[in-house]
Design a protein around this ligand. Structure first.
Ligand SMILES: [Zn+2]
Length: 257
């Protein structure tokens, strides 16, 4: 039995639900699994949310909200927090490309993040989808107890192209990868396996979010979209209802803790 937590940074139902006919694997997931929405109470910042999701703690405990603080890149060692893979080190737990820091964090996996964990060009987006998929499949094949694996590409695509047709193209590419990982490998056919597929926040037009998370201009150009407080969650064979990011940590601990 493997407990897979598959993260898709910034995936939003706003893109998925109206396009299910073009996203066959999302459609299957919605039909065959439990699909819901996590409404964030905390700021929809990727480092803060991923950190809470895998440590079970809240911002006032872990204190982490930005990749860069006071001009310094925040590293894993700077955070006074235990993640589920630290607490379950006696189990076979692995983590791949988790974006609570840049470059993204991996645990017991040899993985070089694409674009320093912030893929920015189409080439890098393709590359990340490919590499994370291959590595995830390779590890699933080895049957770890817990595998955490995260794609960052949709977040990056949406920041620069929200509202453009190309965003749906990248959801389709992501959909194919989900199919490879979850269906083609037979992962979901095994009744013992457990799945949480989750985003850290949703997405919306710039200025529409409750909390603005980024400046409108960056070194790569103008940003068209921003994070939204409604995140996507799909589960299979998980008893706990995932109502907030910290429930992911709790759901894994329910089984292995
Ligand atoms: Zn994010």
């Amino acid at each position: 039995m493997t407990f897979l937590v598959l993260g898709v940074d910034a995936a939003t139902w706003k893109m998925i639900k109206p396009n299910l006919d073009e996203l066959p694997n999302w459609k299957r997931l919605v039909e065959e699994c439990d699909a819901g929405t996590v409404v964030l109470e905390e700021e929809p910042l990727s480092p803060l949310i991923w950190c809470g999701m895998f440590s079970g703690s809240y911002y006032d405990e872990h204190g982490h909200r930005e990749f860069v603080e006071d001009g310094n890149i925040v590293e894993r060692e700077d955070l006074d927090v235990d993640f589920l893979w630290d607490e379950l080190e006696e189990k076979d737990v692995r983590a791949l490309n988790v974006p609570f820091v840049v470059p993204t964090y991996s645990y017991r996996v040899d993985f070089e993040p694409v674009g320093y964990g912030l893929p920015t060009t189409e080439e890098e987006w393709k590359d990340e989808l490919e590499k994370v998929t291959e590595k995830t499949k390779e590890m699933l094949n080895e049957g770890p107890d817990v595998l955490v694996s995260v794609f960052t590409t949709l977040d990056r695509v949406q920041h620069f192209h929200w509202g453009e047709n190309m965003v749906l193209d990248w959801y389709k590419k992501m959909d194919e990868r989900l199919g490879e990982i979850l269906f083609d490998t037979g992962f979901l056919e095994d009744e013992e396996n457990r799945l949480i597929l989750i985003s850290d926040h949703g997405f919306c037009s710039f200025g529409e979010a409750e909390v603005q998370t980024l400046p409108e201009e960056t070194e790569h150009g103008e940003l068209k979209g921003d994070h939204h407080e409604e995140a996507v969650v799909v589960t299979k064979n998980v008893e706990r209802t995932i109502e907030e990011p910290q429930d992911v940590y709790r759901a894994v601990m329910d089984v292995f803790g």
